[in-house]
Design a protein around this ligand. Structure first.
Ligand SMILES: Nc1ncnc2c1ncn2[C@@H]1O[C@H](COP(=O)(O)OP(=O)(O)OP(=O)(O)O)[C@@H](O)[C@H]1O
Ligand SMILES: [Mg+2]
Length: 310
């Protein structure tokens, strides 16, 4: 997709972050992020939220330098905040207020004093995130997906050039997740969007650039298709009688499985690189399978949460 370049970038150089209890959350991060939807992938505890809090000026890095649109996150906090819209991982809104009221109040706080201008702006945002039908509904009566879209709407109030969204799809049902992916792809056409997730499928086809982080380090940087290319040959499919499943799969990292009559069909990655007899390597692994293959190649055993699928 051809993307408009608005000159906005996030530049991260040599960033380390050590929390007060000596936890090393970030251990030397270098990243350069431009216009479009950028996916920040990584398992629980990888350091995604810490990095996002540093970029949004909420947390100063222990070491290193981050600049947003040319402004330093430590020395130019106000300018950086003006450029960024942020949807935190633990977003919630005043539950007893109505959707339009929440946004109108935030728009007023962001400096839109003229009522007619503000109302127009709020209407546009509500329309753009697809909340028009529920604009008069109280927040407590919204679905999980709607609350997340309200979270995006609040981050858009001051028309930021850059959006930081932290795990926006957790807890959404499959349909809400598809809607959310489409919204992010659309917003990414003329903005920098940094989106973190540990649900790989949620990056979707609108994401052309990504980083995979683990234990506070960048383990992969490139396009999703490059990650997929690397996985060709190591992800395979195998169909086995159900009674053999435990034995055959003991050395496999299973990505998905499908029950047939007396058999089970499995898509997996081998931990010791030996393919079991009858395994058919996949020519077109998906991004999630590529992520699992990459992590297995790093010697990592994945938990269930890393392999959640749509
Ligand atoms: N306030 C804190 N004090 C001490 N350690 C922290 C704090 N916040 C996070 N950590 C630790 O820093 C590391 C990185 O945490 P972070 O929240 O950035 O990871 P994450 O990738 O966002 O994980 P998740 O997918 O679970 O949201 C973890 O080891 C975490 O336990
Ligand atoms: Mg997090």
């Amino acid at each position: 997709m051809e993307q408009a370049e608005n000159g906005m970038r996030i530049t991260i150089e040599g960033v380390r972050h050590i929390y007060k209890d000596d936890t090393v959350a970030l251990d030397g991060i270098d990243l350069n992020i431009g216009t479009g939807l950028f996916g920040l992938l990584g398992p629980n505890g990888a350091g995604k939220s810490t990095l996002m809090r540093i970029i949004t000026t909420l947390l100063p890095p222990t070491e290193g330098k981050v600049s947003v649109g040319g402004y330093d996150v430590v020395h130019n906090r106000r300018e950086v905040r003006g450029l960024i819209g942020y949807l935190p991982q633990e977003f919630s809104a005043w539950r007893l207020h109505r959707v339009a009221e929440v946004l109108d109040t935030l728009a007023a706080l962001s400096g839109l004093e003229e009522k007619s201008v503000r109302h127009k702006r709020v209407d546009e945002i509500i329309e753009s995130v697809g909340l028009k039908d529920v604009a008069d509904r109280k927040v407590k009566k919204l679905s999980g997906g709607m609350v997340r879209r309200l979270g995006v709407a609040q981050a858009l109030v001051h028309e930021p050039k850059i959006m930081i969204v932290d795990e926006p799809t957790v807890g959404l049902d499959p349909e809400e997740r598809i809607n959310f992916r489409q919204l992010m792809t659309r917003l990414g056409q003329d903005r920098v969007i940094l989106l973190s997730t540990h649900i790989v499928a949620d990056l979707g086809s609108g994401c052309s650039d990504m980083a995979l982080i683990d234990h506070g380090k960048v383990k992969f940087r490139g396009s999703p298709s490059e990650l997929i290319k690397r996985a060709i040959g190591s992800v395979f499919e195998i169909t086995i009688p159900r009674q053999d499943e435990a034995r055959v799969t003991s050395d496999l990292e299973i990505v998905s499985r499908e029950d047939r009559k007396n058999e089970v069909s499995i898509r997996a990655v081998s931990r010791d690189r030996n393919l079991p007899p009858g395994a058919r390597p996949l020519e077109n692994p998906n991004l999630e399978e590529a992520y699992v293959a990459f992590m297995v190649a790093q010697g990592k055993k994945l938990g269930a949460s890393e392999k959640e699928v749509a």
